[in-house]
Design a binder for this molecule. Structure first.
Ligand SMILES: C[S@@+](CC[C@H](N)C(=O)[O-])C[C@H]1O[C@@H](n2cnc3c(N)ncnc32)[C@H](O)[C@@H]1O
Length: 279
């Protein structure tokens, strides 16, 4: 019998099942305008087949509630738009898109029209799984932990680059997130953008046992108020914008997000975009 560790490496690796499941199913289940991801559907089916054959059904790992499923699609859409915007700002050049904790992310297929080189960083087991499930994808895979030195060495510092961290930062510590931003700031000479999703800091109590913890064992650790606070973690960064990806999920989430904003300031959960100031 195969364990989740055999397939995904560790508890955080196993969280990739929920993201691909959500992108595969959200469009039809919740009629999200503009969201259809045919490749995610194929990849999810392949994952279920492979997992079941190995005795570890990925359905046992996923969160199927509307806030997670629709919320993942809304956040992926917001991140796609932020990547597209950066490409438009640098339309004269081929850009790099570097995904930290790439899992089974297939943004490269959704944004196939961009003039971009795609890189994906993750740990060994996840990259083995990805290569089996998406053999048609030509993302250049880098076997590394983004919390260890050297993860950025394969990225060309002279090419405008978007770094994307989707569904990742909440599993890292504040020091690790700060180090990642510092690493990017030291490495890049060309313009760089960092796009991530996160909860507001005030709802992450360390360590936070969420629904995903019950499913996978992975524990939330990091949250941040908004893009200004994120940019302030390391030298050279400035805020570009915040996308509230809770509100579009439905009326209840819109009210919750609005009340939260009034009481605390900042976004309950959403996409944050920051850029390195030109040197
Ligand atoms: C929730 S999944 C998200 C996957 C992908 N970004 C997506 O949106 O489909 C989190 C991913 O981060 C990866 N990850 C977690 N910690 C990491 C680290 N220190 N270095 C590289 N990857 C990491 C996990 O292996 C997993 O693939």
């Amino acid at each position: 019998m195969t364990s989740t560790a055999d397939l995904y490496g560790d508890n955080v690796g196993a969280t990739l099942a929920t993201t691909v499941y959500s992108r595969a199913t959200a469009g039809e289940r919740y009629r999200i305008p503009g969201w259809r991801d045919a490749q995610a559907r194929d990849v999810w089916e392949r994952l279920v087949e492979l997992g079941r054959a190995a005795g570890s059904d990925p359905n046992d790992l996923v969160l199927t509630g509307k806030s997670n499923v629709a919320g993942t699609a809304w956040r992926s859409m917001a991140m796609d738009a932020r990547v597209r915007q950066f490409a438009a700002d640098h339309e004269a050049t081929k850009i790099q898109v570097v995904t930290l904790g790439v899992g089974l992310c297939n943004r490269a297929s959704r944004l196939a029209d961009l003039d971009a080189s795609w890189f994906g960083i993750d740990r060994t087991k996840v990259l083995e799984l990805r290569s089996r499930l998406i053999p048609e994808d030509d993302t250049q895979l880098i076997d590394a932990s983004v919390t260890e030195p050297g993860w950025i060495d394969g990225v060309d510092a002279a090419v405008p680059t978007v770094f994307v961290a989707e569904g990742l930062l909440m599993y890292l510590t504040r020091d690790e997130v700060t180090q990642i931003l510092t690493d990017i700031g030291r490495h890049m000479s060309a313009p760089a953008r960092f796009v991530c999703d996160s909860h507001h800091a005030s709802i992450i109590r360390r360590p936070t046992r969420s629904q995903i913890t019950r499913r996978t064992g992975a524990v939330y650790s990091f949250g941040i108020e908004d893009s200004r606070h994120l940019a302030a973690l390391a030298p050279g960064w400035r805020a570009v914008g915040d996308d509230d990806t809770c509100s579009p999920i439905g009326v209840g989430m819109k009210i919750a997000s609005g009340v939260f904003r009034m009481l605390r300031g900042g976004v309950l959960y959403g996409v944050k975009t920051i850029e390195l100031s030109p040197r």
